[in-house]
Ligand binder design. Structure first.
Ligand SMILES: NC(=O)CC[C@H](N)C(=O)O
Length: 366
């Protein structure tokens, strides 16, 4: 065991014990409020460019298993915990969190007062941070952080480079991969869909040549405004076949429709986020991971209707287009990790496809 430090941009220092990789790391620090699901969080590509602190104090107690990955190669920059478990106990356990983080070159730091750290992030907003060995002078690190901008090319870093197919006998779905969680793919294969996963920068023409029944816009890391080419493509695709957007995909639909997005102070991350559906007056507990949100006021001048809101802060959680078959949610209906209250949204998407086929047929007979 060796000492490490977590240094925040404002000069706050937490000294802790090193685990995982001994690599130095620089990125944005965010907190996740889930009580379980650290494996899915660590492997969620939307954390590209970020390090995560868990508000739940014990992490690693059920180890790492082969089933719960959201991507093969995690892009997270660091893991900050109060206590990490060295001797996991679970029938699915295959390796310890420490072994996994070492293998994937992800630095970890334990022994941190994560309650204090979270309070600082809540008060000041998400910040730049570094995980490093203790022998580097803090002033030098703070100086480096102040003068170094955060990355803006995360979608490019995590999107697939080439298209690939996951075959099925049902509807043909084109899934645009901005940093897709495998959970989304699992929801479509469960429903027998034929899924073609394409890179984030695939043109609208290429996507239409695949003759999809529906188009899925995935989650992904970073600021949605960092991928202007994706916004253009979504705009071109709207109005043809049904489109469903999740998280970054939802934000891209908003921008393509003329709404705006804003950076939140500290975001929503965790499997315990309440969302109210304004159409049914019902509440779902959702899984979330986002630091940007669609600006509620900007919806007025668009054709988007607000369908769902966060019960924590009233921010936009769901949208529906008034004239074309497009809908989206800011949260994760694929859960992974978190509650499965909203997985029926994938069924709603397939129902929309069935209905759009019926309408097209009827139009032919008129
Ligand atoms: N999980 C996501 O798709 C996150 C979307 C976006 N990167 C945000 O932080 O708001």
């Amino acid at each position: 065991m060796y000492m490490k430090q977590l240094v925040l941009e404002d000069g706050t220092v937490f000294v802790g014990k090193g685990f995982g990789s001994d690599r130095e790391s620089f990125g944005e620090i965010v907190f996740n409020t889930g009580m379980t699901g650290y494996q899915e969080v660590i492997s969620d590509p939307s954390y590209c460019g970020q390090m995560v602190t868990f508000t739940y104090p014990l992490v690693g107690n059920y180890g790492i298993n082969r089933d719960d990955f959201e991507t093969v190669d995690p892009a997270i920059l660091g893991v900050v915990v109060k206590e990490h478990c060295k001797h996991p106990s679970n029938f699915r356990n295959e390796e310890t969190l420490d072994e996994f983080l070492k293998a994937k070159r992800i630095p970890g730091i334990s022994g941190v007062d994560t309650r204090k750290l979270t309070k600082i992030i809540r008060k000041h907003g998400t910040m730049k941070a570094m995980i490093t060995s203790t022998d580097r002078p803090v002033e030098q690190l703070v100086d480096f952080m102040r003068n170094t901008p955060l990355a803006t090319d995360q979608v490019k870093q995590v999107s697939t480079v080439k298209p690939y197919v996951v075959p099925g006998r049902g509807y043909r779905i084109v899934l645009i991969d901005y940093g897709m969680k495998h959970g989304i793919l699992r929801e479509f294969t469960k429903r027998s869909c034929h899924v073609t996963v394409v890179p984030y920068n695939t043109s609208a023409e290429e996507i239409e040549r695949l003759r999809p029944d529906g188009i899925m816009l995935s989650n992904g890391p970073g600021d949605p405004k960092d991928v202007p080419e994706a916004i253009q493509t979504v705009r071109k695709l709207m109005g043809h076949v049904p489109i469903f957007g999740i998280c970054l995909g939802h934000q891209l639909i908003a921008l393509a429709s003329g709404a705006d997005t804003v950076k939140m102070k500290f975001g929503h991350r965790g499997g315990n986020q309440p969302v109210k559906d304004l159409r049914t007056n019902s509440t779902a507990i959702t899984s979330q991971n986002h630091g940007y949100a669609v600006d509620r006021d900007s919806l007025e001048s668009t054709q988007l209707s607000l369908t769902q809101i966060s019960l924590n802060d009233g921010t936009v959680e769901g949208l529906e287009h008034q004239s074309v078959n497009v809908f989206s949610v800011q949260y994760h209906p694929e859960s992974s990790p978190g509650p499965e209250d909203t997985s029926s949204l994938f069924d709603e998407f397939l129902t929309r496809i069935t209905e759009s086929h019926k309408e097209a047929k009827e139009a032919l007979h008129v």
